[in-house]
Design a protein around this ligand. Structure first.
Ligand code: HEM
Length: 504
């Protein structure tokens, strides 16, 4: 007998031979009674689970959030009280590429953080940009279909991307960011992270305010050019995952400074635009960053599938002191993630160790596929019950929220305060000359295969955001400035009409 650890089958019985199938005679066929072989093959056929519909390619790490400043006047969340140190798991991702896609693509980067707090898990599921393409949940599936593979060719399509992005003018700010020098971060460690949506806080007096979450990299911002990224993708498609893993292994732990922006309910009522529209930002000059703490990543997962692939986040997971907002996009996400994970991982996905809360869970949910714990044993299965177990906790009730207006399908473009180009224009004016040049070059390169009608639509948007932006893009794309100026005078419906495929 050798000294190696013993091979067993799936129920622990010793396996005698892992190399030679049982055959009828030395040169004969395999027999059914090689049950170890059948078990191996059957398991292998079931090893692939559905990939995330978007954000399929990702990397994860564990770490901590340490609270260094006092924001108890805004929130009673224990995870955010001074001195609190909370364990967390982060998954970084690209959005459009599939599970095997290269890391260094021009795309936004997802950042999903699971805080294992003493009041249950809080998931903050954000990106590396402070804003988003779209704002109505109806458009989410379409956005992903536009950036993913074309149903006819099976290939990614710049034409589809730009057609969709330019028909919805609210995409403009995010498109400007994605085409800018920040469109390909050099590392997950060298980018800022944002919660993006407006969320709410409430304090011990049950007073509500609105908030946005920011995590600014302490490593400094660093990006790749198109040329650098193309070279790296050709050599190492897992570059960003390797970079994060290696940094943690050499104890060069990446850190981010956590801050919040706060808006009172009164300020929100008087804000110059809809503060709950994810395509808008809150200016730092009006709502300055308030420092909260430090997020550090300091431990690599042991097993990629168990911990990274099976990690499941949802913005619906909040803890007392942190709440949602009327942001219609956030509201849509509250349904979507849990539903996706029940499909991808099964109804008991929160029993998977990486997803499991560190505190006792008492939710009455019973049974279901892969219920692998004790299933609450003999405890009552219904509530209310006379045993008085697991009663609701009214002391964590959120303050009521006043709403006004009739139920209706409101188009934000009908809101007179709505301006889809203001933020993109302001960003252009903030850019140094070299950044402007890179933005124009990247946009022209990205649109190289796109039809002229769509280029004109984008040029008109650039012009509406800032004349300089419009003129520079128009010239670089070889378009007529007179035509762009004329298009920019049309209303949204007119511009779309004038730039339909038939008008090219
Ligand atoms: C209505 C809008 C949205 C819907 C319906 C939606 C839906 C989804 C779904 C279904 C997944 C895959 C979940 C899974 O299979 O585990 C996902 C992943 C993700 N989404 Fe969204 N999403 C929306 C908007 C956003 C926004 C605005 C952000 C950023 C602020 C965001 C960030 C992410 C991230 C980071 C992931 C990857 C999570 C992970 O690493 O497991 N999504 N989204």
């Amino acid at each position: 007998m050798n000294e190696f650890k013993k091979l067993t089958n799936e129920v622990g019985a010793p396996v005698a031979d892992n190399d030679n199938a049982i055959t009828a005679g030395p040169r004969g066929p395999v027999v059914m009674q090689d049950v170890w072989l059948m078990e191996k093959m059957a398991h292998f056929n079931r090893e692939v689970i559905p990939e995330r519909r978007m954000h399929a390619k990702g990397w994860g790490a564990y770490g901590t959030l340490t609270i260094t400043h006092d924001i108890s006047r805004f929130t009673k969340a224990k995870v955010l009280q001074p001195g609190a140190v909370t364990e967390l798991f982060v998954r970084f991702s690209t959005v459009a590429g599939e599970r095997g896609a290269a890391d260094c693509e021009r795309d936004i980067r997802g950042v999903a953080i699971k805080f294992y707090t003493e009041e249950g898990n809080w998931d903050l599921v954000g990106n590396n940009t402070p804003t988003f393409f779209i704002r109505d949940v109806h458009h989410f599936a379409d956005l992903n279909r536009a950036v993913k593979r074309d149903p006819h060719t099976g290939r990614r399509s710049a034409q589809n991307n730009w057609d969709f992005w330019t028909i919805l003018p609210e995409c403009f700010h995010q498109v400007t960011i994605v085409m800018s020098d920040r469109g390909i971060p050099a590392s997950f460690r060298t980018m800022h992270l944002f919660g993006e949506h407006t969320f709410s806080f409430y304090n011990v007096k049950n007073e509500r305010c609105w908030c946005k979450f920011h995590f600014r990299t302490q490593q400094g911002i660093k990006n790749f050019t198109n040329e650098e990224a193309a070279k790296i993708n050709g050599m190492d498609r897992e570059y960003m995952g390797r970079d994060l893993y290696d940094a943690i292994e050499r104890k060069d732990f990446p850190k981010w400074t956590m801050s919040v922006q706060i808006m009172t309910e009164e300020q929100a009522k008087k804000h110059h635009e809809n503060p709950f529209d994810i395509t808008k930002i809150w200016r730092h000059s009006e709502y300055p960053l308030i420092e909260v703490g430090v997020l550090e990543l300091n431990r690599n997962p042991e097993n990629y599938f168990a911990e990274v692939e099976q990690a499941a986040f949802t913005p619906a997971h909040v803890v007392p002191g942190i709440g949602f907002s009327p942001d219609r996009f956030l509201q849509g996400r509250l349904f979507s993630y849990g539903d996706a994970q029940r499909y991808r991982l099964g109804v008991n996905y929160n029993l998977i160790p990486v997803n499991r809360a560190k505190v006792e869970v008492s939710d009455y949910h019973r049974d279901g596929a892969m219920r692998v714990d004790g299933n609450y044993g003999a405890a009552p299965a219904y509530a209310p019950n006379s045993d008085g177990v697991w009663t609701a906790q009214p002391d964590v009730m959120e303050p009521p929220l006043d709403l006004d207006g009739a139920m209706y399908r409101y188009d934000p473009k009908d809101d007179p305060t709505d301006d889809c180009f203001r933020a993109g224009g302001a960003l252009w004016r903030l850019m140094a000359e070299a950044q402007k040049q890179v933005l124009i070059e990247n946009t022209v390169a990205d649109m190289a295969s796109v039809t002229e009608n769509i280029k004109y639509r984008h040029a008109a948007h650039c012009y509406l955001a800032d004349r300089g932006y419009g003129e520079r893009f128009t010239k670089a794309a070889g378009l007529s400035l007179n035509k762009v100026k004329a298009l920019s005078k049309l209303n949204h419906a007119g511009l779309v009409q004038a730039t339909l495929a038939s008008s090219k």
